[in-house]
Unconditional design. Structure first.
Lengths: 255, 255
DNA sequence: AGTTTATTGCGGTCTGACCAATTAGCTGGT
DNA sequence: ACCAGCTAATTGGTCAGACCGCAATAAACT
């Protein structure tokens, strides 16, 4: 039973990634039950019509993702971890979901940060904001400063879990192919008035105004969503949404 | 400048893991600055005295961990987000931070869930709660039901990013050795009145009372923190906190 | 100087081989 | 019939060398 490889062109062109995806797919579909052994590398190479090194690379990817356990001389065994992990590990999350989550979570984080932020951290946030202003033309730099701005606020909470969550949300945004496409459109459409909103957040932080920071953060992200909706024609949005729905069963395991 | 391999026997016997570790080490030590290019795979193979496939596997591990970016035909480049990602990817997050984050985030999630939850999902939540009640003696099962309860609420938001974040928080909790030690103490101390709190959340969800659900969730998690504080002697907490601080510099890159 | 084309280096992949650990199977004795 | 011990097949682990296509750079051409 051979499996066509070019079927799923979702992940990066790397061959091992596509193989790892398919491998993960057939595992999650129950072709091999948890705890059982996967076919030998050589057999898999034959089945997927790739070489053994490629299979090994794919297995390493699965191993690092926690899907399988490799026992030397014996075989590759499927971890008994729940399907929850599989489904949620690297699900392809759309940009709207991410922004909605950021509204909720970063709003709370900003409120907490306002109460805990130090003068030095405020200076760093201010610096990030200035970077956004001065280098507004260079998009990538601006975006980096944006990330820095938000992550600095998360860090100001002095809570590693919050930092981890915000970092995770940002990683979701950067890894999602759907997000990439839509964000590209937004970039083309230009994004000017973002600085004022960031400034409002900064002011609330400086005033140690928790509720104000929360409100400013929510306002800011809400406007981002609005802009995203405006910049994206309804048809494109629908297409993206459908793509997300379509990909939901599957999972891209490579970040 | 060759690097001895058998020096670090920390990770599993897999060669690629040891190589990946050393590679990550020399990167973090600044031998190659962020954004710059790593030596060619062949050169690295020569330097580490291993074969190219092994170097490739190590690079894949680093790539999956988010340390480097592989650009076909060009080279392997060190990601610029280094210190952020390194510090947050596998940071050992303490249970207090996690619970504080859950108070903020799951509170918001509960509020949103209350507005969107369906009858069927409510039934599932109810079922999870019943599992917690009936199997209160069997700790592991009870804990599983607890996770199910909270994740079902996250899922009820119909927002994959929120699901991903909650799953991420739970994974942090399960992976942290510090959390494990402290949570063990809490288990020994027993945890009875948790059911009422969960029930209050469920009732608010049933009433589609967003603010009420948020309040109930925050109340619940706040009490968990309180119980955690009570059950854990101050000295143990301090020890755990110190352990976290100590581990912050380091990073285990292999999951 | 600007544009196009060759060159060079790099990752991407394949083949085939040998080693080491594990395991199944066989052999022999009891 | 059963069990200990050994053998051999299987499997992952690693290596060496090769070829391809892409990318960046240098050279040649216009």
């Amino acid at each position: 039973m051979n499996v066509s490889l070019d079927a799923g062109r979702l992940a990066g062109g790397r061959l091992y990634q596509r193989v790892a995806e398919q491998l993960a797919a057939i595992i999650s579909e129950g072709e091999y039950s948890p705890g059982s052994r996967l076919p030998a590398e050589r057999k898999l190479a034959e089945r997927f019509e790739v070489s053994r090194p490629t299979i090994r690379e794919a297995i390493i990817a699965l191993e690092l993702a926690g899907f399988v356990e490799v026992r030397g001389g014996s075989g590759v065994y499927i971890c008994d971890g729940e399907s929850d992990k599989l489904a949620s590990t690297n699900l392809d999350v759309g940009p709207f979901d991410i922004l909605e989550a950021r509204i909720l979570f970063e709003g709370e984080a900003a409120e907490l940060a306002a109460k805990k932020i130090t003068e030095q951290e405020l200076a760093e946030v201010r610096e990030a904001l200035e970077d956004m202003v001065t280098e507004n033309e260079g998009e990538p730099i601006c975006e980096k400063a944006d990330e820095r701005f938000h992550m600095l606020i998360a860090r100001a909470t002095k809570n590693d879990a919050i930092v981890s969550v915000c970092s995770h949300l940002w990683a979701l945004r950067n890894s999602s192919p759907v997000s990439a496409r839509i964000l590209e459109k937004v970039r083309q459409a230009g994004s000017k008035p973002r600085i004022e909103e960031h400034h409002a957040i900064l002011e609330a932080l400086e005033a140690r105004d928790g509720a104000g920071a929360r409100a400013a953060m929510r306002e800011h992200l809400t406007r981002v969503i609005q802009q995203l909706l405006d910049a994206t024609e309804a048809e494109a949005v629908e297409e993206a949404r459908r793509a997300v729905m379509h990909n939901r069963e599957r999972f891209n395991l490579i970040g």
